[in-house]
Design a protein. Structure first.
Length: 312
């Protein structure tokens, strides 16, 4: 008489997993069972499997009518609101912060200037010399020794941003790839110089053809207050379509630089192209700065010294 149950036999077969019928019969014999009990275990009744409830059949869809090729077809636009440089610059940087993309699929924005040096580079480019430095002791001693009245306290010149800056943003086709860089630089300028001290005007190809807030209100260009530096974010007609009839010339930029010099307003331009591609005559008469990661504060000082020299 066997003291093991069919459950014990089932657990033994499941745990040992015999490979053939002879081994299964030997395990059953050791537990006190015969071939009859083993066959009963293999072919015994199984618990009923609950049937899945039947889902209602979907309603029948009406057949699709054949396409009438003679009727005009409406094509929906892919982009309902295309991003244009003009919209980006007039409305401000509507994108998320350049260094923190809103989603993993967005490309991280990297400015043309090194972020570590960006503040110093911008300050060095638009600074002007101002008599706000330390006391000019030699000049003070000379004035006193000559017995002249001391009307003002003489001080040494040093770079200053108190005159502010006028920014001219080029919206020509050659600057379309750098529209986001222009918006980013404008944002940094307002933080460094101040929103009230930063005036912005837009132009296309050359400021002499008209400037303004937007193309619908453009008018003749007017220089800022004497002594105020003018920063142009432009490619100087280096990029863009070569056969563009509206492409500006080197002579046009030389005329613009001469007009600013007559108004005592120093001109400096951020150009996103290497120096070997700059116009030669314009490079000798204007402070051009390479808008690139290779630019350093020392390179700007070699062109502008330590601030633009303007009339007091």
């Amino acid at each position: 008489m066997s003291f093991a149950s069919l459950g014990d036999l089932a657990r033994a077969l499941t745990h040992l997993a015999p490979e053939n019928a002879m081994t299964r019969e030997e395990i059953a014999r050791l537990l006190g069972f015969g071939i009859r009990e083993l066959s009963q275990l293999k072919t015994g009744p199984r618990p009923p499997v609950p049937s899945e409830p039947e889902l209602p059949s979907p309603p029948l869809q009406p057949p699709t009518p054949p396409l009438d090729k003679t009727a005009p077809q409406r094509i929906e636009p892919i982009f309902t609101e295309p991003l244009r440089p003009l919209r980006l610059l007039l409305d401000g940087p509507s994108l998320e912060h350049p260094h923190t993309p809103s989603s993993s699929s967005q490309i991280v924005f990297a400015p043309l200037l090194k972020p570590v040096w960006e503040r110093n580079l911008i300050s060095a480019a638009v600074a002007t010399c101002a008599p706000t430095g330390p006391l000019d002791v030699p000049r003070l001693v000379d004035t006193t020794a000559r017995g002249r009245p001391l009307r003002t306290i003489p001080r040494l010149p040093q770079p200053s941003l108190f005159r502010g800056v006028q920014v001219l943003v080029d919206l020509g086709e050659g600057m379309e790839p750098f529209a986001r860089d222009q918006a980013h630089l404008l944002e940094e300028l307002r933080r460094i110089v101040g929103t009230e001290s930063t005036s912005v005007a837009h132009f296309r190809n050359n400021p002499l053809r008209g400037t303004g807030v937007n193309p619908w209100t453009w008018g003749p260009y007017r220089p800022p207050h004497p002594g105020t530096p003018v920063l142009a974010l432009t490619d100087l007609a280096i990029g863009g379509p070569v056969l563009d009839p509206d492409r500006s010339s080197e002579g046009e930029w030389l005329t613009f630089a001469a007009r600013l010099a007559h108004a005592s307003c120093p001109l400096v331009a951020f150009v996103p192209y290497p120096e070997r591609r700059w116009p030669r005559r314009l490079k000798r008469q204007t402070a051009l700065i390479c808008w690139d990661r290779s630019t350093t504060v020392g390179a700007i000082f070699r062109r502008i010294r330590r601030g633009h020299e303007v009339s007091p």
